[in-house]
Design a protein around this ligand. Structure first.
Ligand SMILES: [Cu+2]
Length: 265
């Protein structure tokens, strides 16, 4: 991605395994499209000089076909479409968000709940929850289980890779690995009402599992607790531009209780 160095667009600076693969795909598509763009630019300039009126111009009112031109304008697009189709087929299977990456038994599970208009992250293993911030350890497979307590949203950390929809009454899965520690931006990439534009979160990638556990222990000391679905309902009251908040003592079943609420609809 040499061409884009110095570019501050989140999506173009990879912080994880999946994002790196996706960037390769964008780069290949970019090169492929140059096969159309460059000849068009060249021909535009060439034709201006070649076909301008001059003393030596030949007048050909009956000209209507050139097999060479026909061949070029058909073969290049067919080649591009075939090749793009092939790599899209291959990478969509390879980068399927719900496909496990890294080791099969060792992953950290994080529950993601889209609210109006904030994100709630629950760590069932550690019984903590955070609003609008997610902390993950470096080089660790993260399994996000995603749902929504309201309308459809989309969970997206552009530096780390794929976006996945959050839908009420459903659970979607997204596996990600961060290979660079740092702070990334997380967004909802699906419009969901008035507070949508500030429905953002921060993703912290901690350099070690130890430093990650330090954060966990800090959050465990929070006096704010979510124990029951009623505590959760209070939290789920719509707010805009919500601060980062820490909760301890989260009921490990909360995620599935939230999904079950919608089963009767
Ligand atoms: Cu769609």
């Amino acid at each position: 991605m040499l061409l884009f160095n110095g570019c501050s667009v989140d999506f173009l600076s990879a912080g994880g395994k999946i994002a790196t693969e996706e960037h390769k795909l964008i780069f290949i598509s970019f090169i492929l499209m140059l096969f159309v763009v460059l000849p068009v630019i060249f021909m535009t300039i060439f034709f201006i000089f070649r076909y301008k009126a001059s003393k030596n111009s030949v007048y050909l009112p009956d000209w209507n076909k050139s097999n060479i031109i026909e061949m070029i304008i058909w073969i290049i697009p067919i080649f591009i479409i075939f090749f793009l189709g092939l790599i899209t087929w291959k990478t969509t299977h390879k980068l399927d968000p719900s496909k496990i990456i890294g080791s099969k038994n060792n992953y950290l599970e994080i529950h993601v709940i889209a609210l109006d208009w904030k994100w709630l992250f629950i760590y069932p293993k550690y019984s903590i929850g955070i609003i609008n911030k997610v902390i993950i350890p470096l080089n660790t497979t993260i399994m996000f289980r995603i749902t929504s307590n309201s309308v459809m949203n989309s969970f997206f950390i552009p530096n780390l890779g794929s976006q996945v929809y959050a839908m009420p009454g459903m659970s979607t899965k997204l596996y990600l690995i961060a290979n660079k520690s740092g702070i990334y931006h997380g967004i909802s990439s699906n419009y969901s009402g008035i507070g949508f534009s500030n429905m953002k979160f921060i993703a912290y990638v901690e350099p070690t599992y130890k430093s990650f556990l330090k954060c966990v222990n800090f959050i465990k000391k929070s006096k704010f607790k979510i124990n029951t679905i009623f505590d959760f309902e209070k939290l789920a009251i719509p707010t805009t531009n919500n601060f980062i908040e820490y909760y301890s003592c989260i009921n490990n079943n909360l995620f599935f209780q939230i999904i079950n609420k919608f089963k009767n609809y």
